[in-house]
Design a protein around this ligand. Structure first.
Ligand code: SF4
Length: 211
């Protein structure tokens, strides 16, 4: 199989990430896509946004040695990885079978069950180790200002997805981004919400250059 020219696999500080798609059902104010076209020199915008699992697996195999120096690989790129949930499951399954010591994490906006109209958390659970879901705010109003969602009831759907991941026994973290200029978030309240959903909580600082 010919290797794709796109950066489906990229490294950030030598850690491996998988870039599935440009598409996203949010348009977050802090999204790296608003700030730059590359991440540490890797152009992440996909010219042909029709990545197959095999396209990614070929790039994984080409970078095997570098990947094996790491403990974890993360699905996190320019768009929302779980828009391509079937491909993500196929790749994660491949990684579990061929790289058994590598932990697999997904960073997601939490809209997957709403998009696909089925419980994908249950489908992902056998193949991934952890998931980080962008809670982004303490209520719908704050969430909508920060995330600009393109789906209905996105905040409630995101919280439901966090709960579904916890129930599927995935190590689940609800995350927010703090100190985004003009977009304050009630960190304490977000932490309480994350805990009430059974998830861990993580707040990270906004980084102006996007990572
Ligand atoms: S959910 Fe992620 S990829 Fe989508 S707009 Fe927000 S930060 Fe960007």
């Amino acid at each position: 199989m010919t290797e794709s020219n796109e950066n489906l696999l990229y490294f950030l500080d030598d850690k491996p990430y998988i870039n599935m798609t440009n598409a996203c059902t949010n348009a977050c104010v802090f999204c790296v896509r608003n700030q730059k076209e590359d991440v540490q020199g890797a152009k992440l915008w996909l010219d042909e946004d029709n990545t197959s699992a095999d396209d990614v697996i070929v790039q994984i195999e080409s970078n095997k040695e570098k990947i094996l120096k790491n403990k974890e690989i993360v699905f996190c790129g320019y768009g929302e990885p779980l828009i391509r949930v079937n491909e993500v499951i196929e790749i994660a399954k491949y990684l579990k079978e061929n790289y058994p010591n590598l932990k697999i994490r997904i960073n997601t906006n939490g809209h997957a069950n709403a998009i696909h109209k089925r419980n994908v958390a249950q489908e992902l659970a056998p193949y991934i180790d952890s998931i980080s879901v962008s809670l982004n705010g303490e209520n719908e109003e704050v969430y909508n200002k920060i995330s600009n969602p393109k789906i209905e009831n996105a905040y409630e759907e995101t919280k439901r997805f966090i709960r579904a991941c916890v129930e599927a026994k995935i190590n689940t973290t609800a995350s927010i981004v703090e100190n985004v200029p003009n977009f304050p978030v009630d960190v304490e309240r977000c932490c309480v919400i994350a805990k009430s959903l059974g998830a861990k909580f993580r707040s990270r600082d906004f980084i102006p250059n996007g990572y």
